[in-house]
Design a protein around this ligand. Structure first.
Ligand SMILES: [Zn+2]
Length: 82
């Protein structure tokens, strides 16, 4: 019986860790190169990275602003200097 509880507890811990990792990934700014890939359709739409960028853009004003610059065609060099 103790083994069953230990097994369930470790399964729960792994699940919580994975969910936490996914949430943490959506809070990380993906970076200019990833935003370019996202905007120009070079990112696999089925990938977790793509979903993370979409979720991140929903709450990060800094990346929304950066994406607006990309949409306006700001040269890549300007972003690399930042
Ligand atoms: Zn961001």
């Amino acid at each position: 019986m103790a083994y069953l509880f230990a097994g369930l507890a470790s399964l729960l811990a792994v699940t919580i860790f994975r969910i936490g990792k996914q949430i943490w990934a959506t809070y990380q700014c993906p970076g200019t190169a990833a935003l370019y890939d996202f905007w120009f359709g070079r990112m696999d739409k089925a990938s977790r990275k793509y979903r993370n960028v979409i979720t991140h853009l929903g709450h990060c004003e800094q990346c929304q602003e950066e994406l607006r610059h990309i949409q306006k065609g700001k040269p890549l060099e300007d972003h690399l200097v930042d």
